[in-house]
Ligand binder design. Structure first.
Ligand SMILES: [Zn+2]
Length: 417
């Protein structure tokens, strides 16, 4: 297999990053094409390797949410709960070594670990400080060796490449061109299921949006389509290197897209430009809100994926809009304490009321906090609005009692935090 740099056309026969700094792609050979079978491997004619290792990934549904005026491609249905399984099936089918290394802040690492386990190979995952606990748990359960390095995925490149050189590991990181090949099958599936005007995609390193572009551009070359849909990349306002190249990135809760110096920056920008698309930034609050909106519709997506819903709802694009929901929320249970709109003081009040019913002054005394009694009444009103407590007047005092809903909340809260 020949790898080629899409920027300077230099060719390589091994997995690396081009001397010019660009990730490589597989040199294209897309002449004879027929689609048959299911999932990712339905498109084997357009893929550079033959199917060897597969957990039946791909073939994820597109769901229409009429009232939101959005379509969702639900990639959480993949074997490990994210679209990265598309990359992993290609990478493991190509890998000819016993041991693989991968630098990842979550989903790709989990996929590589799972598929390595399935293939009977060893995976060494380089993982930064900021990683979601569910993803780390997956990696451990799939029996990966975990090496913690640096703060973000930006810090992993050198240690992984160094380790691959020294140990003869196969490099399964995102810049492995086979990962683009696997992920481009999202474009093929979308093409087979309908026509869309806009496609909203979360961007971290930019590899995902570039791979979808690659899929559509191959369909264009094959004359299956006459136009590539508008590709819209979404980032968090806190970390938006695609729109603000020189801005100082802050931590975003959407850890899967917490990338300060995207490897695929130029390629992703070109893809968006050629498709007449655009990059959007979404605030952390809007991302969290969008996650809740989707959950209330039955789709629990991770925060990075919720950016696409937030952008779709905020910008109301003309035409049919498809949001790529890349990964499951079950992987990312780093839930903030006030996530459900119940602050720590409210939790304390609920705990007191679970012991016994009580009145304002007594609650205030028992909280033993430097706060005005009026503030306690505000919290009590808030809890009453959420139906977590009820009140009744006895004599001159108003007594508060925890409701079943309040008790249930405390139970769930205990498990989550
Ligand atoms: Zn190059």
């Amino acid at each position: 297999m020949v790898f080629i740099c899409p920027k300077c056309n230099k060719e390589y026969d091994y997995i690396t990053i081009c001397k010019c700094g660009s990730p490589l792609v597989v040199k294209e050979d897309i002449t004879k094409v027929s689609f048959r079978g299911e999932g990712v491997w339905r498109y084997e004619d357009l893929l550079p390797v033959k199917k060897k290792i597969s957990l039946n990934e791909g073939d994820t549904p597109i769901i229409h949410f009429n009232d939101l005026d959005l379509y969702i491609k639900d990639e959480t249905r993949n074997p490990t709960g994210s679209f990265r399984d598309r990359a992993a099936t290609l990478i493991l089918s190509h890998c000819d070594r016993k041991r693989l290394a991968c630098g990842s802040n979550g989903n790709l690492g989990a996929s590589i670990a799972a598929y390595s386990a399935f293939a009977g190979k060893e995976s060494y995952l380089f993982v930064p400080k900021y990683v979601e606990r569910g993803k780390l748990l997956q990696m451990m359960m799939y029996n990966a060796r975990i090496i913690r390095v640096g703060e973000t995925v930006d810090d992993l490149l050198d240690p992984v490449q160094e380790s691959c050189r020294l140990n003869n590991f196969y490099d399964a990181s995102e810049y492995n061109p086979l990962s683009l090949e696997g992920q481009k099958t999202m474009a093929f599936e979308i093409f087979e299921k309908g026509e869309f005007d806009n496609m909203i995609i979360p961007v971290g390193n930019g590899g995902t949006i570039f791979s979808i572009y690659r899929g559509f551009s191959q369909l264009l070359k094959l004359e299956f389509i006459d136009k590539i849909p508008r590709l819209i990349g979404v980032q968090s306002e806190n970390c938006a290197p695609f729109t603000d190249k020189n801005a100082v990135a802050k931590k975003t809760e959407a850890l899967a897209i917490y990338v300060k110096k995207p490897l695929f920056r130029d390629l992703a920008i070109e893809a968006v430009k050629k498709s007449e698309g655009v990059f959007f930034k979404i605030s952390e609050e809007e991302i969290r809100e969008a996650q809740k909106i989707m959950a209330k519709k039955g789709i629990f997506c991770e925060l990075a994926s919720a950016t696409t819903i937030a952008a779709g709802l905020k910008y109301k694009l003309k035409g049919k809009t498809l949001c790529i929901v890349t990964g499951s929320g079950l992987k990312s249970f780093n839930i903030k304490k006030d996530y459900f709109g119940v602050t720590s003081t409210k939790i304390e009040i609920l705990r007191l009321l679970k012991e016994k019913e009580s009145y304002g002054y007594e609650i205030w005394k028992n909280l033993n906090k430097k706060m005005k009694i009026q503030a306690v009444y505000q919290h009590l009103n808030g809890l009453q609005e959420k139906n977590m407590i009820s009140s009744k007047k006895i004599g001159r005092k108003i007594y508060y009692t925890i409701t079943d809903k309040g008790k249930r909340f405390l139970e769930v809260y205990k498990e989550m935090i």
